[in-house]
Design a protein around this ligand. Structure first.
Ligand code: UTP
Length: 476
């Protein structure tokens, strides 16, 4: 088919879908631009657009969850009784064996745009550690390297970027020599994108020859892992479990033998870590059972009366918030992709979207002017044959860097990293100088090479310096 014929077909298709305006600047494009532009149009999934535009974006409702909501059961952060103590011990052994056998890989989703943080460049390059100012990427890389040392194995790292930050991310890793990891064990791939709409349902143009698009959400990772060949690579390496995490939480335990072990002992396909919410409307996903299936409902989608509902003892009925840490079976990801393709629900977000107007002039809106659509990884949970939830403690594992100011900002995360380090030392019996309010009067940073979890500290007590008031202490 010649370009003219492709153009005619495309024009008809766009007009049929009320998107004919996308060709407004066609005559002004070079042949090369025309070809690239047609490629973008052809890649649009019109069947899906038809499905989600009238139901989702225009009506202002997000993906809805039907059925009966009840509280989701979970494993506590510590075992509840003797029987559970035994199970946790067994799980730790099973998890440790699987990590040692190289069956667990790290997987970070790093394709987001970090608009709330307002950082220039991939969020993983944000400096965060309290003493050495290490970046998020460096902290994760060191965690992965230290896990390899501890378990005498290689832990490959899969990194999802987006077309908007892929080159920058790759350059950062290269400039930092992969933070000491072997580049062969770091697999980077890009997620897909979805078009941006104005409030009338018209797709926006970023430039005369480019459709305005944004990354298709962290849920896009489940398709991108498959399409990029990452799953194939995992299979070749004998990897059966993926430890999924977000790029903005420097406190997380990427390879937690207890979590891996419980997941496997319970025959789960996709499991989650959770914590007790700070209040009914904390901005985290809520774990519920919907028609008996573990489901996460975004804070904005949980009806108010359910969010506020309390048990007789005063605790929230929906008290478990998601920290976006999952163990996912590679076979589950394969299964999701092989059965008629994966199509997770799309959620809408009203955003400021730069675009060109019908005169071809660039508009940088001061107010939200359009809609971005995203899929969320947790929408795959109800598709799993079994799914468990393990509670963790906020102080141990959750310090997200989301905002420039206010809740979950870089300063709060830095303080939490230092506070956890101080708590680990104290648990191991190390005395620390204290302020009158009881907090540590020193700043401690524990490198992953020193300890990956609390219990690792005990073996290093002979390497500790004397810690005096106001000291900055880095332990590696
Ligand atoms: P957030 O929901 O915090 O979004 O992503 P964000 O894009 O990073 O930040 P804002 O909302 O623009 O301020 C949670 C995690 O999911 C990843 C992010 O990189 C982060 O690790 N993510 C998000 C993707 O990988 N792709 C996406 O399309 C969206």
């Amino acid at each position: 088919m010649g370009t003219q014929e492709i153009f005619e077909n495309t024009r008809k298709l766009l007009e049929k879908h009320n998107q004919g305006h996308l060709l407004a600047f066609w005559e002004q494009l070079s042949d090369q631009q025309k070809e690239a532009f047609l490629g973008q149009v052809v890649a649009l999934d019109f069947a899906r657009l038809e499905d989600y535009w009238p139901n989702l974006a225009r009506n202002g409702v997000s993906a809805t969850v039907g059925g009966d909501f009840t509280a989701a059961p979970s494993y506590g952060p510590v075992p509840a009784d003797a029987e559970q103590r035994d199970k946790y011990a067994r799980a730790r052994n099973v998890g440790a064996e699987l990590i040692s056998a190289g069956k667990v890989a790290a997987f970070v989703v790093a394709g987001g745009q970090a608009t709330r943080l307002g950082f220039d460049g991939p969020k993983g390059n944000f400096p965060i550690s309290p003493v050495k100012n290490k970046t998020l990427f460096q902290i994760f890389a060191e965690f992965i390297a230290a896990t390899g040392e501890k378990y005498h194995t290689v832990c490959p790292w899969y990194i999802m970027t987006s077309p908007l930050n892929h080159t920058d991310t790759r350059e950062i890793f290269e400039a930092n020599d992969y933070y000491g990891l072997d580049g062969k064990n770091v697999f980077m791939f890009q997620q897909g994108t979805l078009p941006n709409f104005d409030f009338e349902g018209k797709i926006l143009l970023a430039t005369k020859d480019r459709i305005a698009c944004s990354p298709d959400g962290h849920g896009g990772s489940l398709t991108a892992l498959y399409r990029s060949g990452a799953i194939e690579d995992m299979k070749k390496r004998g990897i059966e479990y993926v430890s999924y995490f977000q790029v903005d939480n420097p406190l997380l335990n990427i390879f937690d033998p207890l979590f891996v072990g419980l997941h496997v002992l319970d025959g789960a396909e996709m499991s989650s870590k959770a914590l007790l919410k700070t209040g009914p409307k904390e901005r985290v996903g809520n774990f519920c059972l919907v028609d008996g299936k573990v489901t996460v409902i975004e804070y904005s989608d949980l009806p108010d009366e359910l969010a506020q509902k309390r048990n007789a003892d005063g605790s929230l009925v929906f008290e478990l918030g998601s920290i976006a840490l999952h163990i996912i079976n590679t076979s589950f990801i394969e299964k999701l992709n092989s059965e008629a393709g994966l199509s997770l629900p799309l959620h809408r977000a009203v955003k400021k979207i730069p675009h060109i107007n019908d005169r071809g002039e660039l508009v940088a809106p001061a107010e939200p002017n359009g809609i971005k659509l995203e899929s969320f990884v947790f929408d795959a949970l109800p598709l799993a044959s079994n799914s468990l939830i393990l509670q963790t403690l906020r102080s141990e594992e959750f310090a997200p860097v989301k905002n420039a100011t206010g809740v979950d900002n870089a300063e709060t995360a830095r303080k939490m990293i230092a506070a956890r380090a101080a708590a680990w030392l104290e648990t191991a019996g190390v005395p620390l100088p204290r302020k009158p309010d009881g907090s540590a009067d020193c700043t401690i940073e524990i490198a992953p090479s020193f300890a990956l979890e609390k219990d690792d500290v005990k073996a290093k007590l002979d390497r500790l310096p004397d810690i005096k008031p106001k000291d900055n202490v880095y332990l590696s």
